[in-house]
Ligand binder design. Structure first.
Ligand code: SAH
Ligand code: SF4
Length: 369
């Protein structure tokens, strides 16, 4: 009989499983705390259980969902990239960033993946060039946090779902994982310290707004006209900028939270003074933070994709970036410039793709929403 995967099950599901084994429901509570709160990866670690129970669990079920394949540390030691193998041999990446910014000396932010690859096909993104291989299961999403805590020995104080994949295309699994991460008998992450970043699936943003939780939302805006956004993010043809901003505004109103807009800076594509002006004006009515991300080169996929002039992006000059930043800063909302950490180990925004999964599955690309 195939083993039951326990990671990703909620309290009720774990109780049903333990009762099915002939155990008392309180055993499920213990298991929940060991699995999510103490990050146990093997039943033998669960010292509250006597040996015979651990053995029965060993035979019937599995705790681990990820195996560490490689761990890379950036030269500045401010980012660590973890490559994990899933049970079916596919791979995902997670990146831990140690943030020593003034006022927040001990922030450890983990960037996690929600899918293997991504079907949304943004032209500047390495993950997009892979296409979608599959959705991650709730346990595989949660386990990235549990594994990195164990392997790094550091706390994880913040989680951003900004790794591989479009999280809102894996909505149910993602939300289940988020609630498990926020559980006070589990990793106990405050809901407002978990940010989900989307390329802009309007109906899913509307659903997210209705949920009544405090998980936060970021939108990858990346352009100020539909013409440019259509080209670099084909999803814009389905959900154009006006509809997206309307959904963003409604989120801030109903959830009573600020939203974050991410804006990648691509030389000569979306970084003109007119773009800065439009960005400022488009976001003016929305309580938000604007996060500018200078483009990170994605060398290898360029070579593979080849021939498409749109893919020949460049990072703007330092002067151009500073000018854009200064112009947007004259607006009412907070603007930050994010120099991605870990670019020397391909761990920066947009650089996550796994060589283990070559060849790129072009036929799997395209918007499947
Ligand atoms: N799919 C989600 C979350 C993952 S992408 C989304 O698109 O929001 C996380 C962020 O990385 C997005 O804001 C995206 O615009 C940005 N990004 C993608 N490729 C990049 C690159 N090559 N350089 C810099 N940022 C990039
Ligand atoms: Fe997918 Fe986000 Fe990359 Fe776009 S930027 S292809 S949505 S991971």
């Amino acid at each position: 009989m195939p083993k039951q995967h326990l990671k990703g099950l909620d309290r009720d599901e774990l109780t049903a499983f333990m009762v099915g084994l002939g155990e008392q429901p309180f055993r499920a509570k213990q298991l929940f705390r060991w699995m999510y709160g103490r990050a146990a990866q093997d039943f033998d670690e669960i010292t509250d259980f006597a040996k015979p129970l651990r053995q029965r669990l060993q035979e019937a079920a599995a705790l681990a969902t990820l195996t560490l394949e490689t761990q890379q540390i950036s030269q500045r030691r401010d980012a660590e990239k973890y490559l994990f193998r899933l049970a079916d041999g596919l791979h995902v990446e997670s990146v831990l960033m140690r943030d020593g910014a003034p006022g927040r000396p001990n922030r450890h932010t983990l960037c996690i993946s929600s899918q293997v690859g991504c079907p949304v096909d943004c032209k500047f993104c390495a993950t997009g060039l892979m296409g979608l291989l599959r959705n991650l299961r709730p346990g595989e999403i949660v386990d990235q946090v549990l594994m990195v805590k164990r392997l790094s020995g550091s706390p994880v104080t913040n989680v951003v779902v900004m790794g591989m994949g479009e999280p809102l295309l894996n909505y149910d699994a993602l939300l289940k994982a988020c609630y498990l991460l926020a559980d006070d008998e589990g990793p106990n992450l405050a809901q407002r310290r978990l940010v989900i970043s989307t390329s802009g699936l309007v109906p899913k943003i509307e659903r997210f707004t209705q949920e009544g939780h405090k998980f936060r939302l970021a939108i990858s805006l990346n352009a100020t006209t539909d013409e440019v956004r259509n080209q670099i993010m084909p999803i814009n043809r389905k959900y154009p900028i006006a509809a997206l901003l309307q959904a963003a505004r409604e989120y801030t109103r109903q959830a009573k939270q600020r939203i974050t807009f991410e804006y990648i800076l691509l030389d000569g594509v979306n970084d003109s003074p007119a773009d800065a002006e439009r960005l400022k004006n488009l976001t003016r009515p929305i309580p938000c933070k604007i996060n500018l991300i200078p483009y990170n080169p994605i060398a290898e996929p360029h070579a593979v994709a080849g021939g498409d002039s749109l893919l020949a992006f460049r990072r703007p000059s330092f002067e151009r970036i500073e000018a854009f930043l200064a112009a947007v800063r004259t607006g009412p909302n907070t603007v930050t410039l994010r120099w991605s950490k870990g670019d020397d180990i391909d761990a920066a925004c947009g650089q996550l793709w796994t060589k283990a999964q070559k060849p790129i599955r072009a036929e799997k690309k395209g918007i499947v929403i």
